[in-house]
Write a new protein. Structure first.
Length: 338
């Protein structure tokens, strides 16, 4: 059975219907499924779900009673499979999975584009080894934990950092040291101080690690890209957006409200994350992360072309882009993105 069929079956087994054929009187879907991942970067979607913002904005735009379901999936590959199968309508994750699917589907009937960014925040690689001060200090006895070998955003950033620090010829030198571990398992392994000497993760796991003596950061992705960059984006199929413009507009309005609420009341946002995520982080930790000058929740895409250029140059995608707007629907084209 194909992976997308397995995923569709899993969603149906969880009570999540495959959509696309059911239409309202206004010829738009009556229900949508939104897929997210477990990390602080997905806080806007968590707020959207808890406060019913998608239903609220759909009703305001003339679509009362719109159903909205939120599911958690692990990784960009699962997100893309779910989207292509029609099991979900909006998916959220790191920038590389969007870039990859945009490149693969451009010009086809299954074209995919970005709806909006959700944040700009750095990813950190932490180490427990005092001898490791730079990427050049890693040896064959070291192991670097990250969410997925080769395909995660952390794996791509590791290659970008190696190229920048060690040279283009050594771009892939550290790949052999990487191992796949979930964020919580990677943290546990790093803190155990046995096989794993570094962990490349995301908020709030990276900040939880830094609370422990002897753990420090040796890589910040903002340094790799030379400035702030989008971490998480939302994307959807062009066919769905074209057939459901009101739902798309309602989703965007709901996302904007959720993002604005985080900026307007970060303490309440921190409380919401601690209450909903249940990942071991406390309100104080989340509030401190939200207060960081490097963390911003925004729908404006940032540094998208830097991702695209690297992926095109390394042949991960078949072509590049001249403007970040090529990867996004027109609803965000007026934003000061990059």
């Amino acid at each position: 059975m194909r992976r997308r069929d397995v995923l569709a079956g899993a969603l149906l087994g969880a009570g999540l219907p495959l959509l696309g054929g059911v239409r309202s009187a206004r010829a738009e879907v009556q229900e949508v499924v939104v897929a997210r991942q477990p990390s602080l970067g997905h806080l806007p979607l968590m707020i959207m779900e808890e406060q019913g913002l998608l239903r609220k904005h759909a009703a305001a735009k003339g679509l009362p009673g719109l159903g909205a379901r939120f599911v958690t999936l692990a990784g960009g590959a699962a997100m893309n499979d779910a989207l292509l199968s029609g099991s979900v309508q909006f998916v959220a994750g790191g920038v590389p999975p969007l870039v990859l699917l945009w490149s693969k589907t451009e010009g086809t009937g299954m074209a995919v584009k970005g709806v909006a960014a959700m944040n700009a925040m750095p990813l950190l690689m932490n180490t427990n080894a005092d001898r490791i001060r730079s990427l050049g200090d890693f040896t064959d006895r070291d192991k670097i934990a990250l969410p997925a070998v080769k395909v995660s955003v952390q794996a791509m950033f590791l290659q970008m950092a190696a190229e920048k620090e060690l040279g283009e010829a050594r771009r892939n030198d550290l790949d052999r040291l990487t191992v796949t571990l979930s964020h919580p398992d990677g943290m546990a392994a790093l803190l155990a101080g046995q096989e794993i000497s570094a962990h490349f993760t995301a908020a709030p796991i990276q900040e939880l690690e830094l609370r422990r003596p002897g753990i420090r950061t040796i890589l910040n992705t903002f340094d790799v890209l030379g400035g702030p960059s989008t971490f998480n984006v939302v994307w959807a199929s062009a066919s769905f957006v074209e057939a459901n413009p009101t739902v798309h507009a309602a989703f965007m309005a709901a996302l904007e409200e959720a993002v604005a609420s985080i900026a307007g009341d970060p303490q309440s946002a921190a409380q919401a994350y601690a209450r909903l995520a249940r990942d071991g982080s406390d309100v104080g930790l989340i509030a401190s992360i939200l207060a960081s000058p490097q963390v911003a929740f925004t729908t404006t895409p940032q540094a998208i072309l830097r991702y695209v250029d690297f992926m095109a140059r390394t042949k991960a995608i078949r072509r590049g882009a001249k403007d970040w707007r090529e990867l996004f629907f027109a609803n965000v084209h007026g934003k000061p993105g990059s």
